[in-house]
Design a protein around this ligand. Structure first.
Ligand SMILES: Cc1cc2nc3c(=O)[nH]c(=O)nc-3n(C[C@H](O)[C@H](O)[C@H](O)COP(=O)(O)O)c2cc1C
Length: 252
């Protein structure tokens, strides 16, 4: 009896011990999750703060150096095309809004002829797009977070006829894309310096599409990290006066 009672007590104690050990494990696990979650939140907040501060710097650099002939909304002059980028990855939450903005561009017959072929940094498709660029662009766009090739569909879907404005419409989509990027503190830098013929072959693009441009999308970086020749060019460009391109009645 004594022995049975002792065994019974010991099994209860063992269960209690196991229970306690389990609780300790659970607590440690919970603690680890909380610490990891906290660290991730702190990192995300720091990244957000960094992006906001870099966006502020990019925008104010442009606003300070660019003078307008007439008052306009700040987004037009705050957007510019830096080449200094931080070689970081980009999430869909960051990239997709740029396509969303492009989506709302106006187009002839609402044909929406723009098409984007994109590759994120660190993926298989990245090399295909990266290798199309001329060395000048590769020198800085190697730090982009995504590369995008933009093409436009040449025909109207409703009647199959050639659309003379397909590239023009796609240009409006590009501007939406670029303005959205700028507002989000991202860089969207357009590029014509790439091999158009090779892009057509390597990406299997049919004659129904016109290859328009590439875009390097990235997070702002430090201009000191650019090669010397690019560092000196890292400033917002200016524009011709309105009077040189807007004419009442007819061209001069
Ligand atoms: C269609 C297109 C092609 C461009 N090609 C290149 C290019 O190959 N390499 C480059 O560094 N910048 C390129 N740019 C960027 C322009 O040089 C830049 O947009 C222009 O100087 C105006 O400056 P901003 O964008 O800073 O206002 C291109 C821009 C566009 C819209």
């Amino acid at each position: 009896m004594q022995l049975i009672w002792y065994d019974a007590r010991s099994s209860v104690e063992t269960k209690k011990m196991n229970g306690r050990t389990m609780n300790v494990y659970k607590l440690v696990g919970l603690y680890a999750v909380v610490v990891a979650g906290g660290a991730m939140m702190v990192a995300a907040l720091a990244e957000k703060k960094d992006m906001e501060s870099k966006r502020g710097i990019l925008h104010s650099v442009a606003a300070l150096s660019r003078k307008t002939d007439f008052p306009v909304e700040p987004i037009f002059i705050e957007r510019w095309s830096p080449r200094a980028l931080s070689p970081k990855e980009i999430t869909d939450e960051e990239l997709m809004p740029l396509f969303e903005a492009a989506r709302w561009a106006p187009s002839s017959y609402n044909a929406q002829p723009w098409r984007f072929i994109y590759a994120k940094r660190g993926t298989e498709n990245w090399n295909t797009l990266f290798n199309l660029m001329v060395p000048f662009n590769q020198a800085w766009a190697c730090n982009a977070s995504a590369l995008v090739l933009m093409v436009s569909y040449k025909y109207f879907p409703h009647n199959g006829e050639f659309s003379r404005t397909h590239a023009f419409d796609a240009g409006a989509a590009w501007q939406n894309f670029a303005l959205q990027a700028s507002q989000m503190g991202l860089v969207a830098h357009g590029m014509a310096g790439f091999d158009y013929d090779r892009a057509k072959i390597e990406l299997n693009i049919s004659d129904d599409y016109e290859i328009l441009m590439m875009i390097a999308v990235g997070r702002p970086g430090n201009s000191e990290d650019l090669p010397a020749d690019l560092r000196t060019r890292e400033e917002p460009s200016i524009r011709k006066p309105v009077s040189t391109f807007a004419f009442e009645g007819k061209l001069p």
